[in-house]
Design a protein around this ligand. Sequence first.
Ligand SMILES: [Zn+2]
Length: 863
Amino acid sequence: MPVNYRKYGALGGLLLAAACQRATYPTATAPLAAPPVAPGVARELAEFRRQTISRVTYEVELTVPADKAAPVLAQEIITFNLRDNRAPVQLDFKGQASQLRSLTINGQPAAPDYRLEHLVLPAAALRAGRNVVHIGLTAGDLSLNRNADYLYTLLVPDRARTVFPVFDQPNLKAPLTLSLTVPAAWQAVANGPLHDSLRADGQKTYHFLPSDSISTYLFSFAAGRFKQVTRAVSGRPMSFLHRETDTTKIRLSLPAIFRLHGEALAFLEDYTGIPYPFQKFDFTAIPDFQYGGMEHVGNIDYKASSLFLDEGATKDQLLARQNLIGHETAHMWFGDLVTMQWFNDVWMKEVFANFMADKLNPEAAAGPAQLLKFVTDHYPAAYAVDRTAGANPIRQPLENLQDAGSLYGNIIYHKAPIMMRQLERLMGEDPFREGIREYLKKYAHGNATWPDLIAILDAHTPADLAAWNQVWVNQPGRPVFDYALQTPTGQPAQLVVSQRAEDGSDRLWPQQFEVLAVYPSGPVALPVNMNQRTVTVPLPAGKGAPSYVLLNAQGLGYGVFPVAPAAADHLAALADPVARASTYIALYENMLSGRGLAPRPLLDCLVAQTAHEANDLNIKLLTGQLSAIFWQFLTPAERTALAPAVEKALWQALQAQPRPGEQKLYFKAYQSVALTSAAQQRLFQIWQSQKAPGLVKLTEDDYTALALALAVRDYPAPQPILTQQLARITNVDRRQRLQFLMPALSPEVAVRDQFFASLKDEKNREKEAWVQSALGYLHHPLRQATSEKYLPASLDLLAEIQQTGDIFFPAGWLQATLGSYQSAAAAATVRSFLAAHPRYNPQLRAKVLQAADDLFRAEKLVK
Ligand SMILES: [Zn+2]
C-alpha cells in the first residue's frame, strides 16, 4: 500500500488504512480483472485468487533418494473450488518447465503451460465449482536443504512454490497430506500426524494424515538420520528429532527443551484464552538452521546450537534459548492460527511472538531481570537500523511476494516490540489483553491485517490510536530528547523535557518513560507521559534542585536521550542495573550522533566501568560497545596505544567476577580485543592446553572460536592452529563448518582471494551462517588492507544474493562485509556503488545504507 498517509494528517491514517483494507480485499460483488502472468507472486494475483478460489487441498507424495544429487520425484493432487471458470488459474511454481512431467485437469490429460514461474491451467479445462488437478513432477531442490543424510524444508515466505506448484499466498490456507518415501534408516516428521510407515526395497514410506488448514509458508517436513525423543509434558505428547552427538549437551538440554515448551504452551493458553489450536506439537533441531527457529505447525524447526547447551552456557544463552522457544510457541497462535492477509504484515506475527516470549519469561515475576532483558535485547538493535539513512517503517508496502524477504530485519524484530509495549502501556494491560483475545477469536484459522487489529484495540481504549499508529508504525525514525532544569521564583524546581524528530521533520512520538531525579539524599523516580512536544515535570517540593537527572531511567523510552555529565561520572554508583543499561545505550547513541562523549573518552568510561559491572546482560552490552568502539571508532595507532590498558582492565574484570558466566563474558571481550603479543600468547596457551582461566568453562565451540581469533591475528604457532583444531573436532557438522571457514582465515592472501572468488558461485553460499562467519573474519579490521578490494564485487553480488538466498542473507552479507570498516576509501566505494545504481531496488539500497551507517559515521568520528 504505497500511500503517503502523512498528507492526510494523523487522524486520517487509521481511516485510510481501513479503506485501503477494503480496497485490497474486495467483497465478492466487486470482481477484479484476471491478472497477467508475471514472475513471483504479485499482490494483484493474490487478491484475484483470494476472490475466486476457495477450499484448497494438497496431497503430495515425495520420493527422496539417498543420493542427494538424485532428483526428488513428486506426485501432487490439488483440489479447489472456483467461483467461475472464465479466466485461467495460475499456480505458482518457480522451477523449470522440464520438471513438469504430467498434468491432468479434471480427469483430462493436458500439456503443461509453464510461463514466468507459473503453471497456467487453461479456463477451458476448468469448471465453476470443484476442480481436481494431478501433477507429476521433479520437485525443486532449492528449498529442500539436502544434505548427505538429512533434508528439511524452509519455505517462508514464498519458497513453497520452489518445491511444487501451489497457491503461494498466506490467505489461501489448505491442509497438506504428505507421503514421504525415504531411505529405510531415516526418520521423518511433517505438519500432520503420522498415520503409518511401510518398509519396502530398502526404503520407508511415511504416510502423514492431513495437516491442519495452514498457509503454504508453513508447509514443512524434515527427514534423515535423526534421533527421536518422545515425552509427554502435562499430558501432551511431544516428539523431538535431533542429530546432536555430545552426550553432555543432550543430558543437560533435553529436560529443559521439553519443559520450556510445556511452560510456553501453558502461558499462551492462559493469556489468549484459546487451547493449543492444532493436532500435534513436535519439533526438530537442525544443524546450522538458517534462523533461530521457524514456527511450522506441528513441527517447529530450531537451529540445533540454540537448543543444545552444556555446562559452559552463559545465563544469556540460557535466556536466549528460553526466549526462542517462547517465540516459536507463541507463533502457534500469532501467525499460525491467525495469519496476516499478505506479507506486508509479517511484522505482526514477529512482534507478537517476541512480545509473548518476553512476557512468559518466568523471571518476569522478579521484574527487573525481565525488564533488563527487554531493554538490552531490543533498544540497541532497533536503533542500529532506525538511526540510519536506510531506516524503514514497521509496516511497509509489498507489491510482490518475491520481495518479502527484504521486509525482515531489526525494525520488525526489535522496534515493533518496543512499540507494542508502549501501546500496551497506553491502553493498560487488561484492556490490551482483552483486545488481543477478541482479535484471535474473531480471526481464528483465518487471516487479518494490522488495521483489523487496531480497529479492535481502538474500541478498548479512549486513546487516539490513529495518531499513535501513524508515527510509530507507518513511519521510520526516532525522536531526540532534550531537557532543562528550571527553578521558577517562589516555586519548586521543575524539569522541562522536549522531543524533536531526529530527521528534522515535524513529528511527535507519544510515549511514557521514567526520570530519576538524583538528590544528595537519594534518587526519586518520576513518571513522564510524553504526549506533547514539551512536557513539564514538577520536581518534589522542598528538596531544591537535584544533583542531576537521569532521563529514561527504566529504559522504555524510545529515542536519543541526553546523558548529564554527572550521570556518566556516577555510573558505578547507579544501583539499578536497568538504569545503567539505559545509560550505556544513551551514551553510545549520543557518541554516534556526535553529541556527548566522543569515542575515546567514552571508551575510557566503559573500560573504567568494567571494574564495577557485574550484571551479565550489562556486561554483554558494555563489552559489545567497548569492542565496537575499539575496532571501529579508534585509529589503528590509538588502538595500539590503548590495547595494553584495555586488555588489562578486561582481564582484571574477569578475575574479579565470582561466577563462571560473568567471567566468560569478560573473557570473550578480552579475546575480541586482544592486540598485544602478550594477550595473544595468553590466548594461545589457553587454547593449546585447553585449560580455561579461572572458573570459565570453554566448550568445543569456544575453543574453535579461540582458534579462529588467533588465526585472524596471524599468531605464529609452531603448527597451523586451525588444522589442529579441526583434528580435535569429532562432530561431522561442526568439522564441515570449520573446513569451510579455514581458507577465509588463511595467512596467504592468494588463498583468501580465492575463497572470496568462490562465493560468486551460488553453490558455495548455501550454508549462509558459515558464509557470514567467514566474511566476518575475511573483513576483520586486521585484514582490511588486503580485503577492502572485495567490497565492490560484494556489493555487485547483492542483488543476486537476494534472489538466491534466504530472507536474512542480504542484510547478513552486508553487515559481515561492511560492518567493521572505517576508512574513507571504503565509504567512497559504497557511495559510488549507490550513485552508479540510481534505480537500485529501494529495499536493498536501504539495507546498504543500514550496513554502512557506522562506516559513514566513522568518517566524522575517527580523527
Ligand atoms: Zn518468528
